[in-house]
Design a binder for this molecule. Structure first.
Ligand SMILES: [Zn+2]
Length: 299
């Protein structure tokens, strides 16, 4: 599933094609994805100028001049492709929605598994939209500080469950939670309310680092995700634990210890971690964490 860095990368790819442009034609090839398409999808955006594009969590929001916005969620396998309209690109397999703009761009939404969503809402009504209203804080926003993370962790739930809870922090997914916890040397199953302030401060820094680094690398391509030009992301090459079960832990290897990445299941999802670097008990001092964080900063 595309997570925050992948959606942000797609959004940046869409901007040159859509911003300031009008929608001149649309093709809708089926009535629904995970939810039905809104009945006015074919008419409301038509001949309207796009005034801006935004991201909220894993949602792409396209604003039109007449006060409506289009919401796109890519689900598990959704992809958006941009092609020059004059190339007469034939419809792709599983292409459910196609938009043409007045700057001769053809934007196609492909979603083989159809877990995605497209909807329309009036600007200013984000807080009432069922998919947006309960979303938590944006982790890359200035408002997301260690001071905001501390009260979110006032629960006996595991720290991994807390980080994946979209009502608390919006946009984090399995890949980047596993990577941030590894870099912060925090076991994913530890109770969130047992973490020290120093550990949460360290984790907060790594959440920001990992998301920004992944955006800089164009996201992680594991299966379906590609940029709007069809190119894959590169951040999967920099994963230290995710998808690396049985391989050597890079930190332990550097410190000449023998430890391999393990996989366990939490809330039905795979968690990757190093049992040596990520102990279940609190054990690191702030200074030690700071040193270790510095050693991993190039991630
Ligand atoms: Zn290790």
């Amino acid at each position: 599933m595309p997570e925050l860095p992948e959606v942000e990368t797609i959004l940046r790819g869409l901007k040159p094609a859509l911003e300031g442009q009008s929608i001149v034609a649309m093709n809708i090839n089926r009535p629904n994805l995970r939810t039905p398409f809104p009945p006015d999808l074919a008419t409301i955006p038509l001949h309207q100028t796009v005034t801006g594009l935004r991201r909220r969590a894993k949602y792409i929001l396209i604003d039109f001049q007449h006060g409506w916005s289009m919401l796109i969620h890519l689900g598990m396998s959704g992809r958006l492709f941009i092609d020059p309209a004059e190339q007469n690109v034939p419809p792709r397999k599983h292409e459910h929605l196609v938009i043409w703009t007045d700057n001769n761009c053809r934007i196609g939404l492909v979603d083989a598994r159809r877990f995605g969503m497209v909807d329309l809402f009036r600007q200013g009504q984000e807080e009432k939209h069922p998919s947006l209203r309960f979303l938590g804080m944006e982790p890359l926003s200035d408002e997301f500080t260690t001071g905001h993370l501390v009260p979110l962790c006032d629960t006996s739930r595991s720290i991994k469950d807390v980080l994946l809870d979209q009502r608390k922090i919006a946009g984090l997914g399995n890949i980047y939670v596993c990577e941030a916890l590894f870099r912060a040397h925090i076991h994913p199953a530890r109770a969130a309310n047992k973490l020290t302030y120093a550990e949460l401060n360290c984790l907060h820094g790594f959440i920001k680092d990992i998301l920004q680094s992944a955006i800089d690398a164009g996201g992680s391509t594991l299966r379906d995700y590609v940029h709007t030009d069809g190119q894959p992301g590169a951040f999967q090459e920099l994963h230290l634990v995710y998808g690396r079960e049985g391989l050597s832990c890079p930190v332990c290897l550097e410190e000449k210890r023998c430890s391999s990445i393990q996989r366990m299941t939490q809330s039905g999802r795979s968690t990757f971690f190093c049992p040596h670097c990520q102990k279940k008990q609190e054990r690191l001092t702030c200074d030690l964490q700071k040193n270790r964080r510095q050693s991993l900063t190039p991630c």
